[in-house]
Ligand binder design. Structure first.
Ligand code: FAD
Length: 431
Protein backbone atom coordinates (compact mmCIF):
# COMPACT_ATOMS: atom_id res chain seq x y z
CA UNK A 1 0.00 0.00 0.00
CA UNK A 2 1.44 3.38 -0.98
CA UNK A 3 2.19 5.92 1.71
CA UNK A 4 1.22 9.43 0.74
CA UNK A 5 2.39 12.50 2.65
CA UNK A 6 -0.21 15.28 2.75
CA UNK A 7 0.93 18.76 3.79
CA UNK A 8 -1.78 20.79 5.54
CA UNK A 9 -5.17 19.99 7.08
CA UNK A 10 -7.29 22.75 5.57
CA UNK A 11 -10.15 21.93 3.21
CA UNK A 12 -7.78 20.62 0.54
CA UNK A 13 -5.72 18.39 2.84
CA UNK A 14 -8.80 16.89 4.50
CA UNK A 15 -10.37 16.18 1.14
CA UNK A 16 -7.12 14.56 -0.06
CA UNK A 17 -6.98 12.35 3.03
CA UNK A 18 -10.60 11.29 2.57
CA UNK A 19 -10.27 10.18 -1.06
CA UNK A 20 -6.79 8.63 -0.69
CA UNK A 21 -8.04 6.53 2.24
CA UNK A 22 -11.16 5.46 0.36
CA UNK A 23 -8.94 4.28 -2.50
CA UNK A 24 -6.86 2.10 -0.17
CA UNK A 25 -3.82 4.37 0.03
CA UNK A 26 -2.19 5.39 3.30
CA UNK A 27 -2.28 9.14 3.80
CA UNK A 28 -0.30 10.85 6.53
CA UNK A 29 -1.43 14.45 7.02
CA UNK A 30 0.73 16.98 8.86
CA UNK A 31 -0.72 20.22 10.11
CA UNK A 32 1.45 22.95 11.59
CA UNK A 33 -1.26 24.57 13.73
CA UNK A 34 -3.03 22.91 16.64
CA UNK A 35 -6.28 22.19 14.78
CA UNK A 36 -8.00 21.46 11.48
CA UNK A 37 -9.59 23.81 8.96
CA UNK A 38 -6.66 25.90 7.67
CA UNK A 39 -7.67 29.47 7.02
CA UNK A 40 -11.13 28.83 8.55
CA UNK A 41 -9.48 28.27 11.92
CA UNK A 42 -9.74 31.86 13.08
CA UNK A 43 -7.17 33.32 15.42
CA UNK A 44 -7.66 36.57 17.31
CA UNK A 45 -3.88 36.71 17.49
CA UNK A 46 -1.72 38.28 14.77
CA UNK A 47 2.03 38.04 14.29
CA UNK A 48 3.42 34.72 15.44
CA UNK A 49 2.05 31.70 17.29
CA UNK A 50 3.26 29.82 20.35
CA UNK A 51 6.06 28.26 18.34
CA UNK A 52 7.19 31.43 16.60
CA UNK A 53 5.53 30.50 13.28
CA UNK A 54 3.54 33.22 11.47
CA UNK A 55 -0.18 33.13 12.33
CA UNK A 56 -1.73 31.24 9.44
CA UNK A 57 -5.39 32.27 9.29
CA UNK A 58 -6.58 35.42 7.52
CA UNK A 59 -10.11 35.29 8.94
CA UNK A 60 -11.57 38.37 10.62
CA UNK A 61 -14.02 38.21 13.51
CA UNK A 62 -17.24 38.97 11.64
CA UNK A 63 -16.47 37.25 8.36
CA UNK A 64 -19.40 35.57 6.73
CA UNK A 65 -18.85 33.58 3.54
CA UNK A 66 -19.24 35.27 0.18
CA UNK A 67 -20.58 32.06 -1.35
CA UNK A 68 -23.70 30.28 -0.13
CA UNK A 69 -22.92 27.18 1.89
CA UNK A 70 -24.96 25.17 -0.64
CA UNK A 71 -22.23 25.61 -3.30
CA UNK A 72 -19.33 25.69 -0.85
CA UNK A 73 -19.90 22.15 0.41
CA UNK A 74 -17.95 19.12 -0.76
CA UNK A 75 -20.27 17.26 -3.15
CA UNK A 76 -20.59 14.25 -0.80
CA UNK A 77 -21.01 16.18 2.45
CA UNK A 78 -23.59 18.97 2.69
CA UNK A 79 -23.54 21.59 5.44
CA UNK A 80 -25.98 20.72 8.23
CA UNK A 81 -29.46 22.00 7.46
CA UNK A 82 -30.10 23.42 10.95
CA UNK A 83 -28.18 26.59 9.99
CA UNK A 84 -30.85 28.22 7.87
CA UNK A 85 -28.68 31.04 6.49
CA UNK A 86 -26.77 30.51 3.26
CA UNK A 87 -23.88 32.92 3.84
CA UNK A 88 -22.59 31.49 7.07
CA UNK A 89 -20.20 32.78 9.73
CA UNK A 90 -16.62 31.46 9.49
CA UNK A 91 -17.12 29.34 12.64
CA UNK A 92 -19.77 27.34 10.76
CA UNK A 93 -17.23 26.48 8.06
CA UNK A 94 -14.62 25.56 10.64
CA UNK A 95 -17.16 23.29 12.41
CA UNK A 96 -18.13 21.81 9.05
CA UNK A 97 -14.52 20.89 8.22
CA UNK A 98 -14.04 19.32 11.65
CA UNK A 99 -17.24 17.31 11.16
CA UNK A 100 -16.02 16.21 7.73
CA UNK A 101 -12.80 14.91 9.31
CA UNK A 102 -14.70 13.02 12.01
CA UNK A 103 -17.34 11.65 9.63
CA UNK A 104 -14.75 10.17 7.26
CA UNK A 105 -12.58 8.94 10.13
CA UNK A 106 -9.60 11.06 9.13
CA UNK A 107 -8.37 11.96 12.61
CA UNK A 108 -6.10 8.89 13.06
CA UNK A 109 -4.27 10.00 9.90
CA UNK A 110 -3.63 13.61 10.94
CA UNK A 111 -0.83 14.95 13.13
CA UNK A 112 -1.44 18.51 14.31
CA UNK A 113 1.39 20.73 15.59
CA UNK A 114 3.60 18.98 13.03
CA UNK A 115 5.41 21.38 10.75
CA UNK A 116 6.73 20.05 7.44
CA UNK A 117 10.17 21.55 7.06
CA UNK A 118 11.74 19.79 4.11
CA UNK A 119 10.57 17.74 1.14
CA UNK A 120 13.25 16.19 -1.06
CA UNK A 121 13.04 13.67 -3.90
CA UNK A 122 14.99 10.45 -3.47
CA UNK A 123 17.07 9.04 -6.32
CA UNK A 124 14.90 6.87 -8.57
CA UNK A 125 16.81 3.69 -7.78
CA UNK A 126 16.38 4.03 -4.00
CA UNK A 127 14.26 1.59 -2.00
CA UNK A 128 12.10 -1.25 -3.21
CA UNK A 129 8.46 -2.30 -3.12
CA UNK A 130 5.41 -0.54 -4.51
CA UNK A 131 5.65 3.08 -5.39
CA UNK A 132 2.43 5.01 -5.98
CA UNK A 133 1.31 3.30 -9.20
CA UNK A 134 4.90 3.09 -10.39
CA UNK A 135 5.20 6.87 -10.24
CA UNK A 136 8.56 8.20 -9.16
CA UNK A 137 10.33 9.48 -7.23
CA UNK A 138 9.87 8.61 -3.58
CA UNK A 139 10.16 11.45 -1.10
CA UNK A 140 12.10 12.14 2.06
CA UNK A 141 9.85 14.31 4.20
CA UNK A 142 11.25 16.03 7.27
CA UNK A 143 8.73 17.02 9.91
CA UNK A 144 9.14 18.90 13.18
CA UNK A 145 6.90 17.79 16.04
CA UNK A 146 6.47 21.27 17.52
CA UNK A 147 5.23 20.11 20.92
CA UNK A 148 7.81 17.40 21.52
CA UNK A 149 10.52 19.37 19.70
CA UNK A 150 11.60 16.32 17.72
CA UNK A 151 12.46 16.33 14.02
CA UNK A 152 12.16 13.15 11.98
CA UNK A 153 12.57 12.21 8.34
CA UNK A 154 10.57 9.44 6.70
CA UNK A 155 10.12 8.10 3.20
CA UNK A 156 6.83 8.43 1.31
CA UNK A 157 5.75 7.20 -2.12
CA UNK A 158 3.99 10.39 -3.09
CA UNK A 159 3.38 13.85 -1.70
CA UNK A 160 0.26 16.01 -1.97
CA UNK A 161 0.87 19.66 -1.18
CA UNK A 162 -2.18 21.37 0.39
CA UNK A 163 -0.55 24.29 2.20
CA UNK A 164 -2.94 27.03 1.01
CA UNK A 165 -2.00 30.38 -0.46
CA UNK A 166 -3.82 33.01 1.59
CA UNK A 167 -1.32 33.46 4.38
CA UNK A 168 1.81 35.22 3.14
CA UNK A 169 0.85 38.85 2.42
CA UNK A 170 1.79 40.47 -0.84
CA UNK A 171 2.45 44.19 -0.22
CA UNK A 172 3.32 46.61 -3.02
CA UNK A 173 6.07 49.07 -2.19
CA UNK A 174 4.59 52.52 -2.68
CA UNK A 175 7.16 55.22 -3.40
CA UNK A 176 7.47 57.51 -0.38
CA UNK A 177 5.93 54.99 2.03
CA UNK A 178 8.84 55.41 4.47
CA UNK A 179 7.62 59.01 4.99
CA UNK A 180 4.06 57.95 5.76
CA UNK A 181 3.24 58.54 9.44
CA UNK A 182 -0.02 56.57 9.53
CA UNK A 183 -0.56 52.93 10.40
CA UNK A 184 -0.05 50.22 7.76
CA UNK A 185 -1.51 46.74 7.97
CA UNK A 186 -2.32 43.95 5.54
CA UNK A 187 -5.79 42.37 5.46
CA UNK A 188 -4.13 39.18 6.80
CA UNK A 189 -3.84 41.01 10.15
CA UNK A 190 -7.24 42.74 10.07
CA UNK A 191 -9.63 41.37 12.71
CA UNK A 192 -12.35 43.94 13.53
CA UNK A 193 -13.47 47.52 12.75
CA UNK A 194 -13.37 48.84 16.36
CA UNK A 195 -9.72 50.00 16.40
CA UNK A 196 -10.49 52.23 13.40
CA UNK A 197 -13.26 54.20 15.13
CA UNK A 198 -13.36 57.83 13.92
CA UNK A 199 -10.42 57.34 11.57
CA UNK A 200 -9.98 57.84 7.85
CA UNK A 201 -8.89 54.58 6.29
CA UNK A 202 -7.57 53.90 2.82
CA UNK A 203 -8.31 50.32 1.76
CA UNK A 204 -6.01 49.47 -1.13
CA UNK A 205 -7.46 46.87 -3.50
CA UNK A 206 -11.06 46.02 -4.34
CA UNK A 207 -10.95 42.24 -4.47
CA UNK A 208 -13.33 40.19 -2.31
CA UNK A 209 -11.50 41.05 0.95
CA UNK A 210 -10.98 44.73 0.08
CA UNK A 211 -14.67 45.27 -0.59
CA UNK A 212 -15.85 43.28 2.42
CA UNK A 213 -13.44 44.97 4.84
CA UNK A 214 -14.13 48.47 3.44
CA UNK A 215 -17.88 47.99 3.97
CA UNK A 216 -17.39 46.61 7.48
CA UNK A 217 -15.10 49.53 8.41
CA UNK A 218 -17.80 52.04 7.51
CA UNK A 219 -19.64 51.10 10.73
CA UNK A 220 -16.90 52.74 12.84
CA UNK A 221 -14.53 54.74 10.62
CA UNK A 222 -15.12 58.40 9.80
CA UNK A 223 -14.59 57.67 6.15
CA UNK A 224 -13.19 54.90 4.02
CA UNK A 225 -11.47 55.29 0.67
CA UNK A 226 -11.68 52.14 -1.42
CA UNK A 227 -8.70 52.71 -3.68
CA UNK A 228 -8.48 50.63 -6.83
CA UNK A 229 -7.64 50.70 -10.52
CA UNK A 230 -10.40 48.45 -11.77
CA UNK A 231 -11.80 49.43 -15.15
CA UNK A 232 -15.28 50.10 -13.77
CA UNK A 233 -16.40 51.40 -10.43
CA UNK A 234 -18.41 49.01 -8.26
CA UNK A 235 -22.01 49.24 -9.39
CA UNK A 236 -23.68 48.41 -6.07
CA UNK A 237 -25.07 50.73 -3.40
CA UNK A 238 -22.37 51.39 -0.81
CA UNK A 239 -22.32 53.01 2.65
CA UNK A 240 -22.39 56.84 2.52
CA UNK A 241 -18.93 57.18 4.07
CA UNK A 242 -17.32 54.84 1.53
CA UNK A 243 -15.71 56.59 -1.43
CA UNK A 244 -14.31 54.78 -4.43
CA UNK A 245 -11.09 56.42 -5.57
CA UNK A 246 -8.27 55.57 -7.95
CA UNK A 247 -5.39 53.35 -6.87
CA UNK A 248 -2.69 54.85 -4.67
CA UNK A 249 0.53 55.43 -6.57
CA UNK A 250 2.59 57.25 -3.95
CA UNK A 251 2.59 57.86 -0.20
CA UNK A 252 3.08 61.22 1.49
CA UNK A 253 3.57 62.10 5.17
CA UNK A 254 -0.16 62.08 5.92
CA UNK A 255 -1.78 60.26 3.04
CA UNK A 256 -1.58 59.18 -0.55
CA UNK A 257 -1.38 60.48 -4.10
CA UNK A 258 -3.67 58.57 -6.43
CA UNK A 259 -3.11 57.65 -10.07
CA UNK A 260 -5.33 60.58 -11.17
CA UNK A 261 -3.06 62.92 -9.12
CA UNK A 262 -5.73 63.47 -6.42
CA UNK A 263 -4.39 63.61 -2.86
CA UNK A 264 -6.17 61.99 0.07
CA UNK A 265 -5.36 62.14 3.77
CA UNK A 266 -5.59 58.83 5.66
CA UNK A 267 -4.76 57.73 9.21
CA UNK A 268 -4.38 54.11 8.14
CA UNK A 269 -3.76 52.10 5.00
CA UNK A 270 -5.04 48.52 4.86
CA UNK A 271 -3.38 46.59 2.07
CA UNK A 272 -5.96 44.25 0.56
CA UNK A 273 -3.45 43.38 -2.09
CA UNK A 274 -3.51 39.61 -1.96
CA UNK A 275 -1.11 36.88 -1.05
CA UNK A 276 1.91 35.03 -2.42
CA UNK A 277 2.40 31.34 -3.09
CA UNK A 278 5.11 29.99 -0.83
CA UNK A 279 6.66 26.55 -0.57
CA UNK A 280 9.63 27.12 1.70
CA UNK A 281 9.72 23.42 2.59
CA UNK A 282 10.40 22.29 -1.00
CA UNK A 283 14.09 21.61 -1.74
CA UNK A 284 15.54 23.10 -4.86
CA UNK A 285 15.79 19.57 -6.26
CA UNK A 286 11.94 19.45 -6.37
CA UNK A 287 12.26 21.80 -9.35
CA UNK A 288 9.20 23.87 -8.37
CA UNK A 289 9.39 27.62 -8.72
CA UNK A 290 7.10 30.62 -8.25
CA UNK A 291 7.49 33.37 -10.75
CA UNK A 292 5.10 36.22 -11.54
CA UNK A 293 2.34 34.60 -9.52
CA UNK A 294 2.72 31.30 -11.32
CA UNK A 295 3.71 27.95 -9.82
CA UNK A 296 5.76 25.97 -12.34
CA UNK A 297 6.02 23.44 -13.82
CA UNK A 298 2.58 21.99 -13.09
CA UNK A 299 0.60 19.74 -15.42
CA UNK A 300 -3.10 20.63 -15.21
CA UNK A 301 -2.17 23.00 -12.35
CA UNK A 302 -1.61 19.85 -10.26
CA UNK A 303 1.28 17.47 -11.00
CA UNK A 304 4.92 18.42 -10.87
CA UNK A 305 5.91 17.80 -14.49
CA UNK A 306 9.47 16.85 -13.55
CA UNK A 307 8.59 14.66 -10.54
CA UNK A 308 4.98 13.53 -11.06
CA UNK A 309 4.51 11.74 -7.72
CA UNK A 310 4.19 15.27 -6.30
CA UNK A 311 0.76 16.90 -6.65
CA UNK A 312 -0.63 20.29 -5.57
CA UNK A 313 -4.27 20.80 -4.62
CA UNK A 314 -5.96 24.21 -4.80
CA UNK A 315 -3.41 26.28 -6.70
CA UNK A 316 -5.98 28.05 -8.98
CA UNK A 317 -7.80 31.19 -7.86
CA UNK A 318 -11.34 32.50 -8.39
CA UNK A 319 -12.79 29.05 -8.01
CA UNK A 320 -15.52 27.34 -6.03
CA UNK A 321 -12.99 25.96 -3.53
CA UNK A 322 -14.29 22.77 -1.90
CA UNK A 323 -15.98 21.24 -5.00
CA UNK A 324 -12.86 22.22 -6.96
CA UNK A 325 -10.53 20.51 -4.46
CA UNK A 326 -12.74 17.43 -4.51
CA UNK A 327 -12.47 17.25 -8.31
CA UNK A 328 -8.69 17.68 -8.33
CA UNK A 329 -8.27 15.14 -5.53
CA UNK A 330 -10.41 12.51 -7.27
CA UNK A 331 -8.17 12.91 -10.34
CA UNK A 332 -4.94 12.69 -8.31
CA UNK A 333 -6.25 9.62 -6.47
CA UNK A 334 -6.85 7.88 -9.79
CA UNK A 335 -3.32 8.78 -10.89
CA UNK A 336 -1.75 7.55 -7.65
CA UNK A 337 -3.65 4.26 -7.81
CA UNK A 338 -2.59 3.69 -11.41
CA UNK A 339 -6.12 3.95 -12.84
CA UNK A 340 -5.17 7.00 -14.86
CA UNK A 341 -1.79 7.45 -16.53
CA UNK A 342 -0.06 10.76 -16.88
CA UNK A 343 1.65 11.63 -20.16
CA UNK A 344 5.45 11.43 -20.18
CA UNK A 345 7.25 14.37 -18.47
CA UNK A 346 8.24 15.65 -21.91
CA UNK A 347 4.62 15.60 -23.12
CA UNK A 348 3.32 17.15 -19.88
CA UNK A 349 5.82 19.95 -20.31
CA UNK A 350 4.79 20.50 -23.94
CA UNK A 351 1.06 20.50 -23.07
CA UNK A 352 1.58 22.94 -20.21
CA UNK A 353 3.71 25.21 -22.36
CA UNK A 354 1.04 25.13 -25.06
CA UNK A 355 -1.65 26.08 -22.51
CA UNK A 356 0.44 28.98 -21.30
CA UNK A 357 1.02 30.24 -24.86
CA UNK A 358 -2.71 30.03 -25.52
CA UNK A 359 -3.37 31.97 -22.29
CA UNK A 360 -1.00 34.72 -23.45
CA UNK A 361 -2.45 34.70 -26.97
CA UNK A 362 -5.87 35.39 -25.48
CA UNK A 363 -4.41 38.58 -24.01
CA UNK A 364 -4.19 37.50 -20.36
CA UNK A 365 -1.36 38.50 -18.04
CA UNK A 366 1.15 35.73 -17.18
CA UNK A 367 0.38 36.19 -13.46
CA UNK A 368 -3.25 35.25 -14.17
CA UNK A 369 -2.37 31.77 -15.44
CA UNK A 370 -3.97 30.16 -12.37
CA UNK A 371 -6.98 32.50 -12.45
CA UNK A 372 -9.92 30.38 -13.54
CA UNK A 373 -13.24 32.10 -12.88
CA UNK A 374 -15.69 30.93 -15.58
CA UNK A 375 -13.17 28.47 -17.10
CA UNK A 376 -13.12 26.43 -13.88
CA UNK A 377 -16.17 24.44 -14.96
CA UNK A 378 -14.61 23.20 -18.20
CA UNK A 379 -11.36 22.48 -16.35
CA UNK A 380 -13.22 20.38 -13.76
CA UNK A 381 -15.17 18.61 -16.49
CA UNK A 382 -11.88 17.67 -18.19
CA UNK A 383 -10.55 16.26 -14.92
CA UNK A 384 -13.64 14.18 -14.15
CA UNK A 385 -13.72 12.92 -17.75
CA UNK A 386 -10.03 12.00 -17.61
CA UNK A 387 -10.53 10.24 -14.27
CA UNK A 388 -13.76 8.49 -15.27
CA UNK A 389 -15.44 10.20 -12.32
CA UNK A 390 -18.90 11.72 -11.87
CA UNK A 391 -19.00 15.39 -12.89
CA UNK A 392 -20.25 17.90 -10.34
CA UNK A 393 -24.00 18.47 -10.38
CA UNK A 394 -24.68 21.40 -12.70
CA UNK A 395 -26.61 23.27 -9.99
CA UNK A 396 -23.27 24.20 -8.38
CA UNK A 397 -22.18 26.12 -11.47
CA UNK A 398 -25.64 27.66 -11.90
CA UNK A 399 -25.96 28.94 -8.34
CA UNK A 400 -22.30 30.03 -8.14
CA UNK A 401 -22.70 32.06 -11.33
CA UNK A 402 -26.06 33.56 -10.34
CA UNK A 403 -24.82 34.57 -6.89
CA UNK A 404 -21.85 36.41 -8.36
CA UNK A 405 -24.18 38.55 -10.45
CA UNK A 406 -26.46 39.28 -7.49
CA UNK A 407 -23.45 40.06 -5.27
CA UNK A 408 -21.87 42.54 -7.70
CA UNK A 409 -25.00 44.69 -7.73
CA UNK A 410 -26.12 44.24 -4.11
CA UNK A 411 -23.06 44.20 -1.91
CA UNK A 412 -24.93 45.44 1.14
CA UNK A 413 -27.78 42.96 1.03
CA UNK A 414 -26.82 39.81 -0.91
CA UNK A 415 -25.93 37.83 2.21
CA UNK A 416 -29.57 38.00 3.34
CA UNK A 417 -30.57 35.66 0.50
CA UNK A 418 -31.20 32.01 1.26
CA UNK A 419 -30.94 29.23 -1.27
CA UNK A 420 -31.90 25.57 -1.38
CA UNK A 421 -31.05 22.92 -3.95
CA UNK A 422 -34.17 21.29 -5.33
CA UNK A 423 -32.30 18.79 -7.51
CA UNK A 424 -28.95 18.20 -9.21
CA UNK A 425 -29.76 20.92 -11.73
CA UNK A 426 -32.04 23.30 -9.88
CA UNK A 427 -32.26 25.51 -6.82
CA UNK A 428 -34.78 27.85 -5.27
CA UNK A 429 -34.56 31.09 -3.36
CA UNK A 430 -36.07 30.48 0.07
CA UNK A 431 -38.36 33.24 1.34
P1 FAD B 1 -5.81 26.54 3.83
O1 FAD B 1 -7.15 26.61 4.38
O2 FAD B 1 -5.01 27.77 3.75
O3 FAD B 1 -5.01 25.41 4.66
C1 FAD B 1 -3.65 25.13 4.50
C2 FAD B 1 -3.16 24.42 5.76
O4 FAD B 1 -1.81 24.00 5.56
C3 FAD B 1 -3.16 25.30 7.00
O5 FAD B 1 -3.86 24.68 8.03
C4 FAD B 1 -1.68 25.46 7.34
O6 FAD B 1 -1.44 25.57 8.72
C5 FAD B 1 -1.09 24.18 6.76
N1 FAD B 1 0.32 24.28 6.44
C6 FAD B 1 0.91 25.20 5.64
N2 FAD B 1 2.24 24.95 5.57
C7 FAD B 1 2.48 23.87 6.35
C8 FAD B 1 3.66 23.15 6.70
N3 FAD B 1 4.86 23.48 6.22
N4 FAD B 1 3.54 22.08 7.52
C9 FAD B 1 2.32 21.70 7.99
N5 FAD B 1 1.18 22.37 7.71
C10 FAD B 1 1.27 23.43 6.90
N6 FAD B 1 -13.76 30.14 0.15
C11 FAD B 1 -15.08 29.87 0.02
O7 FAD B 1 -15.46 28.82 -0.51
N7 FAD B 1 -16.03 30.76 0.47
C12 FAD B 1 -15.68 31.91 1.09
O8 FAD B 1 -16.55 32.69 1.48
C13 FAD B 1 -14.29 32.20 1.27
N8 FAD B 1 -13.90 33.30 1.94
C14 FAD B 1 -12.57 33.48 2.20
C15 FAD B 1 -12.17 34.58 2.97
C16 FAD B 1 -10.84 34.78 3.28
C17 FAD B 1 -10.44 35.96 4.11
C18 FAD B 1 -9.87 33.88 2.79
C19 FAD B 1 -8.40 34.06 3.12
C20 FAD B 1 -10.23 32.80 2.01
C21 FAD B 1 -11.59 32.58 1.71
N9 FAD B 1 -12.00 31.49 0.95
C22 FAD B 1 -13.35 31.25 0.77
C23 FAD B 1 -11.02 30.62 0.30
C24 FAD B 1 -10.41 29.56 1.23
O9 FAD B 1 -9.06 29.81 1.18
C25 FAD B 1 -10.76 28.19 0.78
O10 FAD B 1 -12.14 28.00 1.04
C26 FAD B 1 -10.05 27.03 1.47
O11 FAD B 1 -10.30 27.09 2.83
C27 FAD B 1 -8.57 26.87 1.19
O12 FAD B 1 -8.20 25.62 1.70
P2 FAD B 1 -6.73 25.02 1.59
O13 FAD B 1 -6.77 23.72 2.27
O14 FAD B 1 -6.27 25.09 0.18
O15 FAD B 1 -5.78 26.03 2.35
Amino acid sequence: MSRVGVIGAGGAGLCAAKHLLAAGLQPQVWEATSGLGGTWRHSTRTGTDLYGLPIFSSMYNNLRTNLPKEVMAFPDFPFPSEDDTSFVHHTTVSNYLNRYATHFNLLPHIKTEHHVQKVAPLPNNSGSGNTAAGLLPRWAITVRDLKQQITTTDVYDAVVVCNGHYSKPSIPSLPGVEEYQGRQIHSHDYREPKPFTGQTVLVLGAGASGIDIAIELCSTAKQVYLSHNQKNNIASDLPKNLHQVKGASEATRDGFILTDATRVQADVIIYCTGYEYTFSFLCESCGVGVSRGQVTPLYRHIHNVLLPSMAFIGIPVQICPFPFFDTQVRYVTKVLTGKVSLPSPKDMEAITQQEFLQHMKEGHAPEDFHLMSSSQWEYMRELTDAAGEEPLPSVIKTLFTDVRKVRNNNLLTYKQNKYRFTGPETYEVVQ
